[in-house]
Ligand binder design. Structure first.
Ligand code: NDP
Ligand code: GDR
Length: 322
């Protein structure tokens, strides 16, 4: 039975990846940081099948101890300060966790267990003010937020450890992926949750920022398979993972509201509080490398994703209303 260590297991992707690995027969170790309240909502349903161990990307010693004690075959580094707006308010913390945290994890592997295969959760936010359309593995980076800058460091330190220390280390450059488990502050979930609240009579408006920006949105459940595939190859490499389609935030609103028979223009209010100091206007990836080398293709369409998320929020909030 292979062993996988997942940092960020309490997050959206961590929960889907843990489910996926359990189905494949892995022993799954979930690294969590200590907090005063329980943050296991997304993994409650599989908690008895995974082993929770304490560790923090701020703390080098904890990572080395984990590698020495558990000697995982695969390490998926999903932990990060992942919300872009927070990175302007907390740029140093974002750098500590999202950038240097990657170096600490790689150092722990290099020092204690260099045979482990390593996956780094890189991001399309590294492309930022895009240099070409669509974006692929060779597209130069131009990050537009402290988060994007931190992810660029995480990407290059992963490449550097592969080239300097001969580690099996991969950087997955994933475009936005969503699900009913997405955090409430990210725009897709904010919209589907807002639609459900309005439909159930709990709210009468939804305040958003820039409706013109365009994203390449996929389903998180599909994307975790690509992470795993990257670690099953003969040689390590970097991959863009995306759908190849791009849509405006406005179109996502339109689809979500119309799924419950409403017109978004009657409810959405644009609020300058949600505009960003620097925006990423357009993201659309080229998934050819992942398709050709990994055989990976996304399964869930955007229309299906929107419906899945709205229905889940209606069900979730509906239970609370009753
Ligand atoms: P989430 O924000 O849902 O989850 C982040 C996870 O990181 C949580 O489990 C959180 O733990 C953990 N974490 C934060 N700080 C630390 C720390 N100091 N030590 C240990 N754990 C920590 O993110 P997603 O699941 O959406 O994303 C997973 C990864 O993929 C992130 O690195 C993100 O930047 C990246 N990414 C995400 C994309 C997306 O569209 N979702 C696209 C491209 C990249 P806690 O529960 O305690 O807060
Ligand atoms: P993003 O996701 O910044 O792409 O990062 P988010 O959903 O936060 O924003 C997407 C776009 O929507 C616009 N927007 C709003 N965004 C939020 N959060 N709230 C609003 O009210 C709102 N109104 C409009 C934003 O301006 C932006 O253009 C996500 C994260 O998961 C990162 O960790 C990950 O690396 C990238 O996706 C790929």
């Amino acid at each position: 039975m292979p062993t996988a260590l997942v940092s960020g297991i309490t997050g959206q992707d961590g929960s889907y990846l843990a489910e996926f690995l359990l189905k494949k027969g892995y022993r799954v170790l979930g690294m969590v940081r200590r907090s005063s309240t329980v943050t296991f909502g997304r993994i409650e349903h599989i908690q008895d099948q995974i082993e929770i161990i304490q560790g923090d990307l701020h703390d080098q010693g904890s990572l080395v101890s984990i590698m020495e004690e558990y000697r995982p075959d695969e390490v998926y580094n999903l932990a990060a300060q992942s919300f872009v707006p927070t990175s302007w308010n907390q740029p140093v913390l974002t750098g500590e966790v999202t950038a240097l945290g990657v170096a600490r994890m790689l150092e722990a592997i290099r020092l204690a267990h260099p045979k482990a295969r390593f996956y780094q959760a890189s991001s399309s936010e590294m492309f930022g003010k895009v240099r070409e359309v669509p974006q692929k593995e060779s597209t130069p980076f131009y990050p537009r937020s402290p988060y994007g800058v931190a992810k660029v460091y995480g990407h290059w330190i992963t490449v550097n450890y592969r080239e300097s220390h001969d580690l099996y280390a991969c950087s997955g450059i994933l475009f936005n992926h969503e699900s009913p488990r997405r955090g409430l502050e990210f725009v897709t979930r904010k919209i589907t949750h807002g639609v459900a609240r309005i439909k159930l009579g709990l709210a009468d408006e939804l305040r958003l920022g820039n409706l013109d920006s365009r994203r390449d949105w996929g389903f998180a459940g599909d994307y975790v398979e690509a992470m795993w595939l990257m670690l099953q190859q003969d040689t390590p490499d970097d991959y863009v993972v995306c759908t190849g389609e791009t849509h405006e935030v406005r179109e996502f609103c339109e689809a979500a509201f119309s799924h419950v028979g409403l017109d978004y223009r009657d409810y959405v209010v644009q609020d300058p509080r949600f505009y960003r100091p620097a925006e990423v206007d357009l993201l659309v990836g080229d998934p050819a490398h992942a398709k050709n080398k990994l055989g990976w293709v996304p399964r869930v369409s955007l229309a299906e994703l929107v419906q899945m998320m709205v229905d889940a929020d209606l069900q979730y909030l509906g239970r609370e209303v009753l």
